[in-house]
Structures are given as structure tokens and as C-alpha cells.
Design a protein around this ligand. Structure first.
Ligand SMILES: C[S@@+](CC[C@H](N)C(=O)[O-])C[C@H]1O[C@@H](n2cnc3c(N)ncnc32)[C@H](O)[C@@H]1O
Length: 342
């Protein structure tokens, strides 16, 4: 079993993995008041957390295998080539993953760590409990040398639990997940990551790099990307008693070059009134009005490394593919105070 200090309630399942936080009420993770606020402001938006109910998570997995969605296979190739170097650099360590999803790519790290260092502990943090269970079942069906701990929660609630895990840690954030965060969210995440870790601990981040509009827009405009985006409305309908009609919205994804990001939106194809019964909230949309559902940052590597440096995460090494489309960067948390603290 993964090592964590007593005092946290864990559910130990039949297949010998633990899930923490499964008893946390969903209302504390999916906050209706924040949704109402984001739908009321201009521009209207929905947090990308609403992509990942069970149906949305399955669609995301399908998107990862779309021909034009180069991100998944490129990151996977980088990890398959360099996982053993990463394991060499960090030495034996407790792997903790933020937004693990089904952890398909992380298995490449497990293989390297198990080979180089033997039995390894892994904690996966994700908002979706079923995906954690699915990841655990899949991983443990091929190895019994990994101690799996699932932590159901947001990045913030999950990271608060990480301080209870014993030993040096490698915090992993793949899938360009940091790219889905707005500046304030990324700032909060990096502060929480820094508090959850100790100096000398590592952070491994996969990020998509800035590139040609044509390649970017093709990745986010295939059939699965369209379905995944529309599925956000279905999630809001079941969770909050909503009456969004999916046929009255159009998927729009475009490259916002000046902000170094792709954006996904849903555009109302006619004027309409939406009710979210459980939140006692109504929304009037004009024809053509957009709701932004996700941002996907496309970074310049030196800018990203500089940003993480502000939080005391020092670049150790990075790996890219031969076309420089994607990067996986390893950072180590320094001991000295940073510019943010002075
Ligand atoms: C972009 S996917 C990446 C999945 C996987 N790491 C990969 O590389 O394929 C983001 C994952 O983070 C989870 N997630 C999204 N927002 C979250 C949040 N605020 N807190 C915790 N998990 C979240 C989703 O359920 C999903 O599994």
C-alpha cells in the first residue's frame, strides 16, 4: 500500500488500492456559485473541469487517438524515449500525478521506475473518481509492484493531501494540463504545489509548444473535439438540472495568436433562455453569443521555464520531439526564497 500518514480516511478496495476523498460531497468540488458567476460575466465562460464527467472523460480518451490531435502521441513518444533518464535523475521517489486521467502515458514512467528502482508508490489526483478506479484496475492488472493511491479532488484539495505522503516526491502534470489554466489558476496551483513539496523534490510537466495555426486548429476541430466540447452542456444539464439544447450550439475553436493559446467556445445558434434549475439561475443568450469552455496555452519554452522559476522550480532538463511540437520539462524545487517572496 502507498505510504501516507494516518489521519486521512482511505477506502481500501477489493483490488488492493486505496482511494482518498471518495466521501467528499461533489458540491464542494463542483461549485455552483462559481459557475453562475462565470456564466454571468463577460465574456461568459465555463471552467474546463466540466469537460470531465464520465462521458467527457471517455471522449477525451478518444480525442487523444484522433489523427490530428498530435499532443498525446508526441508526449507519449517523448516519455517512451526518456522515462529511464527521468528515473535516473530523480532516483527512487513517490510519484504524484495531477489530473492523471487514465494514466496511460504515466505507465511509461512506472515501467522505468520499477525497472531502475523496484517497488514504487504512486498517487493519482483527479476530479473524476471512476477514472481513478479505471486507472488503478488497468495498472494493477499488469503490475503488482506499484502501490496505487487515488485521491479524488481538485488540484487544490488533492495537493493539500500530498503533504501527508512520506518521502521525496516527483509531481507529474502531463497532457498540457497546466495549459488549461488561466493565469490566476496557474499561480494558485504553483503555490500549492510548492507548499506540498519539499526542497529537492521534482516537478515533471508536459506542455504543448507554440506553432502554426493550421496544425493547432486541426487538433481542436475534429469530430471528437466537437463532441467533447458539446458534452460540457450535457454535463451542466445533469449536474445542475439544466435545459441546454445541444442542437442550438455550435463548436468554435480558434488560435488566439496574441495570447499564445487555442480557445474553445460554444456559440448560440439562436436567441434562447437557459435554466439551471438546481442553481436557481437563468441565462439569456443572444444569437451568436459565445460561452468559452476551455483555453489551451501554447508556450515558448524559455518563457514557461522562466515563469516556473518565479516559484522556485528550477529547470533540470527538458526533452522535445524532433519537430519541436511538444516539451516535457523536469524541474527541481530550490531551497532559497524566490522573487515572489521578496
Ligand atoms: C487534459 S486531461 C489530462 C489527462 C492525462 N493526464 C493525460 O495526459 O492524458 C485533464 C485531467 O485532469 C482532470 N481534471 C480537470 N480539471 C481538474 C481539476 N480542477 N482538479 C482535478 N482534476 C482535474 C480531468 O478529469 C482529466 O482527467
Amino acid at each position: 500500500m502507498a505510504r501516507h500518514r494516518p489521519g486521512t480516511t482511505a477506502v481500501v478496495t477489493r483490488n488492493k488500492y486505496e482511494i482518498l476523498g471518495a466521501d467528499v460531497p461533489e458540491e464542494t468540488l463542483f461549485k455552483g456559485d462559481l459557475l453562475v458567476a462565470s456564466l454571468s460575466e463577460s465574456p461568459r465562460s465555463v471552467n474546463s473541469i466540466y469537460y470531465y464527467d464520465d462521458a467527457g472523460s471517455r471522449l477525451f480518451e478518444r480525442l487523444c487517438h484522433e489523427e490530428t490531435y498530435y499532443l498525446f502521441r508526441t508526449e507519449k513518444d517523448i516519455l517512451s524515449q526518456h522515462a529511464s533518464s527521468i528515473a535516473d535523475i530523480t532516483g527512487p521517489i513517490f510519484i504524484v500525478e495531477l489530473g492523471s486521467g487514465n494514466a496511460e502515458k504515466t505507465t511509461l514512467l512506472f515501467d522505468a521506475y520499477l525497472k531502475e528502482h523496484g517497488r514504487t508508490s504512486y498517487a493519482a489526483i483527479d476530479i473524476n473518481r471512476s477514472i481513478l478506479e479505471r486507472a488503478a484496475e488497468n495498472i494493477l492488472s499488469v503490475t503488482t509492484d506499484l502501490d496505487f493511491l487515488g485521491i479524488v479532488g481538485t488540484y487544490q484539495t488533492g495537493l493539500a493531501q500530498v503533504a501527508n505522503l512520506i518521502g521525496p516526491k516527483l509531481l507529474v502534470c502531463l497532457g498540457s494540463t497546466m495549459g488549461n489554466m488561466h493565469d490566476d489558476e496557474l499561480h494558485d496551483l504553483l503555490l500549492s504545489a510548492r507548499s506540498a513539496l519539499s526542497s529537492g523534490d521534482y516537478l515533471l510537466v508536459g506542455m504543448d509548444l507554440d506553432k502554426e495555426t493550421k496544425i493547432l486548429e486541426a487538433a481542436y476541430n475534429n469530430q471528437t473535439a466537437i463532441l467533447t466540447n458539446l458534452c460540457v452542456l450535457q454535463h451542466l444539464n445533469w449536474r445542475f438540472g439544466g435545459d441546454f439544447d445541444l442542437f442550438q450550439f455550435r463548436h468554435v475553436a480558434f488560435h488566439n495568436k496574441s495570447l499564445y493559446r487555442m480557445e474553445s467556445h460554444l456559440e448560440a445558434t439562436q436567441e434562447q433562455m437557459i435554466n439551471l434549475k438546481n442553481l436557481n439561475f437563468s441565462l439569456h443568450l443572444e444569437k451568436g453569443e459565445m460561452i468559452r469552455t476551455e483555453i489551451m496555452r501554447k508556450v515558448e519554452l524559455y518563457v514557461f521555464h522562466k515563469l516556473l522559476g518565479l516559484y522556485n522550480f528550477r529547470p533540470v532538463q527538458h526533452w522535445t520531439d524532433s519537430c519541436q511540437q511538444y516539451a516535457v520539462s523536469l524541474f527541481q524545487l530550490g531551497a532559497e526564497p524566490t522573487e515572489l517572496e521578496s
